[in-house]
Design a protein around this ligand. Structure first.
Ligand code: ATP
Ligand code: MG
Length: 430
């Protein structure tokens, strides 16, 4: 992907074309209000970058030079809705419910909007949360991760469409380079090494040589990253189209084992991701990636990454199933169902997606498509009507009926009735 705008071009028209009409109206009202207060307002980060690359995202980050809270309060006074301010970071969230931009009245896609005060950041020690002070837009751009993410387009009044490129992001967009803004960038925040790889692979860019040279120094700090922060970066990658290429690059830069020795990339990962293709994102990708690991390694990994409990259960289930596949080859449908019913559904989906074509994959596919929801005509009520004393026998009988259906021993309601009769050892009247 390459830069495709004329630098001299005022970006107002491009912005207007890129932003959906309803969002543009909202943005215009905010810009108008900011202009009235004399506050410069910018859209920063992802949107300017992607706009210049010619495929804009609709997700915008707004930065105001001055008090975001004041702007948000005036917006709420004019258009309704509620404001929550976080003074530590100089941010204000404008909740649009009940406002003129209420999602319930129009087709607005968003429920709230974040306004951020331009700020400068300094780090007391590597990996720490930054110390934040109010600042100018240039300070705000300087605290960012990469030059291509440090672009801003002004929105207020007559300045609409003016590009701020203090850190030469346009040049790097043109050359396809991901460049950190200063030598301490990765020690300030080691997650940026992971972000660098994500942007590099997403856009088919290169990490600039000077920036690549900072990685060895940043490596030592990865151990200090919290489970939540590092997992978030990996999550973001696993949502991307080119996730496999990103993991490959992390592995090449020796940034995977650093998080935890069990993390790896190999040809198998690439294959499983490509088999899973479009359907698999996020949690499913985690399973496709890691289900080949034995459970003790997953437990150890869990101690580093603190997966949400249901995600971990799905991962452990997929790993168990994966390791049992070779011994399940000639199981009957009911044998498969007995095993698969005991696992999280997501585990089965992941293993089915990741497997190459063969008997195991077709068993899992049939389980997901039909077997798992197959029920006999008979239910507990019916057994009661037949005069059977309620108790544990119900479960056994219903399971036996289901198994008989699964394995093709009964194929009709009448056959089920006959079979039930055998099970109960006496005559049943319809
Ligand atoms: P994406 O398309 O991945 O969402 P984005 O640029 O919108 O890209 P976000 O994660 O939404 O990325 O962050 C918005 C902006 O905040 C970035 O463009 C960047 O300027 C800044 N940013 C995000 N994370 C960091 C970080 N760890 N260090 C410095 N700046 C960051
Ligand atoms: Mg974004």
């Amino acid at each position: 992907m390459r830069y495709n705008a004329d630098v001299e071009e005022n970006l107002a028209q491009r912005l207007r074309d890129a932003v959906p009409a309803d969002e543009w109206e909202l943005l215009s009202r905010i810009a108008e209000t900011a202009a009235g207060l004399g506050l410069p307002l910018y859209v920063v980060g992802g949107l300017p970058r992607d706009l210049l690359l010619g495929h804009p995202s609709i997700d915008f980050d707004l930065v105001v030079e001055g008090r975001a809270e004041g702007l948000a309060d005036l917006l709420a006074a004019r258009y309704g809705g509620r404001v929550t301010a976080h003074s530590r970071f100089g941010t204000a969230k404008w909740d649009l419910r009940g406002s003129n931009f209420d999602i319930r009245e129009k087709e607005w896609k968003r429920r709230s909007l974040d306004l951020v005060s331009a700020r400068s950041e300094t780090y007391k020690h590597p990996g720490a949360l930054p110390t934040v002070r109010p600042g100018l837009i240039e300070d705000d751009l300087r605290r960012r991760d990469f030059s291509v993410n440090a672009l801003a387009i002004r929105l207020d009044g007559a300045y609409l469409g003016e590009l701020r490129d203090d850190l030469h992001g346009v040049e790097d967009l043109r050359s396809g380079l991901v460049r950190a803004l200063h030598d301490g960038s990765f020690s300030d925040d080691p997650t940026r090494m992971y972000r660098a790889v994500r942007y590099e692979q997403r856009y088919g860019f290169q990490i600039a040589a000077d920036t690549l040279a900072l990685i060895p120094g940043g490596r030592a700090l990865v151990v200090k990253l919290s489970a939540q922060r590092i997992r978030h970066e990996l999550d973001l990658m696993l949502h991307e189209d080119r996730a496999a290429a990103m993991l490959a690059r992390l592995s090449e830069l020796d940034l995977l084992k650093l998080i935890h020795p069990a993390l790896f990339y190999d040809e198998g990962v690439r294959l499983r991701f490509s088999r899973g293709e479009q359907q698999a994102r996020g949690i499913l990708r985690w399973l496709l990636w890691l289900m080949v690991l034995p459970e003790p390694q997953l437990q150890s990994l869990e101690r580093r990454l603190h997966f949400p409990a249901d995600h971990y259960a799905a991962l452990a289930g997929a790993s168990r199933l994966w390791s049992e596949l070779s011994s399940m080859g000639d199981a009957s449908p009911s044998g498969w169902v007995d095993r698969l019913d005991a696992l999280p559904h997501l585990s089965v989906s992941a293993v089915a997606l990741g497997l190459e074509a063969g008997p195991a994959k077709s068993a899992l596919d049939q389980y997901l498509a039909e077997w798992h929801k197959l029920k006999p005509f008979t239910d507990g009520e019916e057994l009661k009507r037949l005069g059977l004393e309620p108790g544990p026998a119900y479960k056994t009988i219903l399971r036996d009926l289901r198994r008989a259906w699964l394995d093709g021993r009964i194929r009709s309601e009448q056959e089920e009735r006959d079979y039930l009769q055998q099970l109960l050892g006496r005559e049943i009247r319809p």
